[in-house]
Design a protein around this ligand. Structure first.
Ligand code: HEM
Length: 393
């Protein structure tokens, strides 16, 4: 296996099954038959909850940065690509900036923006909610948090799409060149925004990172940019994809939609169940620094392998009736936000944005359906839909 990016963890038949609108049974079956799954080129993917949670907490298993920077970054992304005490040092600094309290303070802004976006399409009785709502809402909230102008939205979406490889098919070197160029432009843009804040301090996230201290020392310019760059990638696409997956399911399950609309207090729990059931961030990868004994097999030291959050979320040893969507599931200890050292920094923010978006949308448009003729398909990493052309009365 040359690189984890060019590896083939699943066969073409398995990929076809996992890209279907309802891949849950296929995942569950693969987990049962091959808990330590091997792809056509030998790439290993851990499928079971127990194994994945254990590996994500082992200090001798490295995260995504084991082979250098990820996602086109010039340097390792902070904190995702770091491990050990260095990683923890940054989490101590960043965790308070993404607390539940901070997310709650942002809730009225999200609610207001959700309604502004709905105002723009509600009277048309139809719209593609993918760009108009799912993309627009988290992206605009992100720009506000970072203190960046809303007019730069299209540029940010472009950066993020190229960096995450949402590109038409092309040879790998060309693809990598495009990703590196977009990454350089994104760094340049964030650098200019940082310079403005050095000249005129602000209270937005970039401004807060400028004054934040870690072990008594301020962050360097490069460290702030490495954090900001990861926010663009981690914070934008995941919420966009999760919201789109949730609305697509609700469009296909009118009974569920009616139940939730009639009992709005269920939206909070439903958000976690959407995350468990759809697992938009399907998998991550890790590197063993020592031999690992898992499921009766040895994963040799030095191996880079995948951990499939999506299949762990369907593990019957962790969830009762895992193939049933149950918005009232309690407890719901899913790993859609990851697990262990690198568990998502944006959990509270993401949960709040998803809940408020779904609450406001369904208050105003409770009944909708896909436009006739739309063939729903699931694409990409994170997993999302090929559009949400919906209509309502
Ligand atoms: C529903 C939306 C989201 C999902 C499903 C999601 C999922 C994940 C997952 C699975 C990981 C673990 C990656 C790994 O272990 O390799 C992760 C890490 C991370 N996420 Fe999220 N995420 C979401 C939203 C956000 C948001 C809004 C932010 C913005 C702050 C964010 C920032 C991060 C960061 C910084 C990390 C790295 C944490 C670390 O390495 O310590 N995420 N996310």
């Amino acid at each position: 296996m040359a690189s984890i990016y060019t590896s083939t963890p699943f066969s073409p038949e398995e990929i076809a099954a996992l890209q279907k609108p309802d891949p849950q049974a296929a995942y569950a079956e693969m987990m049962k038959t091959c808990p330590v799954h091997r792809g056509p080129d030998g790439t290993i993917t851990l499928m079971r909850m127990e194994d994945i949670v254990a590996v994500a907490r082992r200090p001798d298993v490295l995260g995504t940065g084991a082979h250098g920077p990820t996602m086109g970054g010039a340097r390792k992304l902070i904190p995702l690509d770091l491990d050990g005490p260095e990683h923890m040092k940054y989490r101590r600094l960043l965790d308070p900036l993404f607390s539940g309290k901070r997310a709650a303070a942002l809730e009225p802004v999200v609610r207001e923006l959700a309604n502004e976006l709905i105002d723009a399409f509600i009277d048309k009785k139809e719209a593609d909610l993918s760009p108009a709502f799912c993309q627009a809402l988290p992206s605009q909230i992100f720009l506000r948090q970072m203190g960046l102008p809303a007019k730069d939205l299209a540029m940010f979406v472009e950066f993020k799409n190229v960096i995450l490889g949402h590109l038409p098919p092309m040879p790998l070197p060309e693809r990598m060149a495009k990703i590196r160029a977009a990454s350089a432009r994104c760094y340049e843009y964030l650098g200019a925004a940082l310079d403005e804040r050095i000249a005129r301090p602000t209270d937005d996230l970039l401004g807060q990172l400028l004054v934040a201290e870690v072990d008594g020392e301020k962050l360097t310019r490069e460290q702030i940019l490495d954090i900001g760059y990861l926010m663009v990638i981690a914070g934008l696409d995941t919420v966009v994809a999760s919201l789109a997956c949730a609305i697509a399911r609700l469009a296909r399950m009118p009974e569920l939609r009616r139940r939730l609309t009639a009992n709005p207090s269920l939206w909070g729990g439903a958000v976690d169940e959407f995350l468990r059931f759809e697992s938009p961030a399907q998998r991550s990868f890790r590197t063993a620094t020592q031999d690992l004994q898992i499921g009766g097999e040895t994963i040799p030291a030095g191996t880079t392998f995948f951990i499939a959050w999506a299949s762990a979320n369907l593990d019957e040893t962790a969830f009762e009736n895992p193939l049933t969507f149950n918005p009232e599931r309690k407890p719901n200890a899913h790993v859609a936000f990851g697990s262990g050292f690198h568990r998502c920094l944006g959990v509270q923010l993401a949960r709040m944005e998803l809940r408020v978006a779904l609450e406001e949308l369904h208050k105003r448009i409770p009944d909708y359906a896909f436009k006739p003729g739309h063939e729903l398909a699931f694409i990409g990493m994170p997993r999302t839909v090929n559009g949400l052309p919906l209509q309502w009365r």
